[in-house]
Ligand binder design. Structure first.
Ligand SMILES: N[C@@H](CCC(=O)N[C@@H](CS)C(=O)NCC(=O)O)C(=O)O
Ligand SMILES: *[C@@H]1O[C@H](CO)[C@@H](O)[C@H](O)[C@H]1NC(C)=O
Length: 239
């Protein structure tokens, strides 16, 4: 059992990648010290822990850094795997491969579209194109949800799982996007299963206080980033 001194998470409250790790730490009921990073002025601890990527999240376990959000989530799931802890990945190898496939799909398709809509598009046209790419990816995920879950509330086996936390990390920003574009990205008409899933995920105990729900606060944060040097985005483009 991890004492709170044993786990330290370097993060940023807005980061989809950090949020997914925090949801998993909550699911596993693991106490941890959370350190909020200013990405415009990274701490010596972050630069020393992840000199290659210099990105958050970084999980320090007994002082040793684990990097890359999907890797961190799988690490936590492996280390704290007792019967008293809910599993994030399925126990069956094939099912695990399927979950990893869809999680990779989310970061390959939804991630870059999210970045384009909020930060990289220079014209309304480019933003609309980003929205279309995001919606198309979400429609594919809607199909996967129907096939994989067969009526269950989450992608995971017994509740919130790997694909749920990977996609769920973006939900705060989706609310901000909704406000920006004047309609819902997870459109109940085009992706009804995901729209219902979104509600369940947001209100889940493990997501509370971790998935941001204040669109205005996120949009204000976005304004500060838009004025920042572009190198803040460099890591994020190579998800
Ligand atoms: N693939 C990485 C992406 C992490 C990432 O892009 N983090 C951003 C915050 S959202 C970051 O630390 N950016 C700072 C930088 O790239 O300099 C992961 O999944 O952990
Ligand atoms: C974390 O990243 C650093 C380089 O940034 C590397 O030295 C370290 O081995 C990584 N840890 C893991 C578990 O991958």
């Amino acid at each position: 059992m991890a004492g709170s001194g044993e786990l330290k998470l370097l993060g940023a409250w807005t980061s989809p990648f950090v949020i997914r790790v925090r949801v998993v730490l909550n699911l596993k009921s693991l106490p941890y010290e959370y350190v909020e990073e200013n990405l415009a002025s990274k701490s010596a601890l972050l630069l020393g822990s992840n000199p290659v990527r210099k990105s958050v999240p970084v999980l320090l376990h007994g002082g040793r850094p684990v990097n890359e959000s999907q890797v961190i989530v799988q690490y936590i799931d492996e280390v704290w795997s007792g019967a008293d802890r809910p599993s994030v990945l399925p126990s069956d190898s094939y099912e695990r491969a399927v979950a990893r496939f869809w999680a990779a799909y989310v970061d390959d398709k939804v991630g870059p579209a999210w970045l384009a809509i909020l930060f990289l598009s220079k014209t309304e046209e480019e933003r609309a194109e980003g929205v279309e790419r995001a919606v198309a990816a979400l429609e594919t995920l809607e199909g996967a949800f129907a096939d994989c879950t067969k009526g269950k509330p989450f992608f995971g086996v017994d509740g919130i799982g790997f694909v749920d936390v990977v996609l769920g990390g973006y939900l705060g920003w989706f609310t901000a996007i909704d406000k920006l574009i004047g309609r819902r990205l997870i459109d109940p008409a085009r992706t009804p299963l995901l729209a219902a899933w979104e509600q369940r995920f947001r209100t889940a105990e493990a997501a509370k206080g971790v998935v941001p729900n204040d669109a205005d606060k996120l949009l204000a944060f976005r304004e500060t980033l838009l004025g920042a040097p572009l190198d803040i985005f460099q890591n994020r483009v190579t998800l």
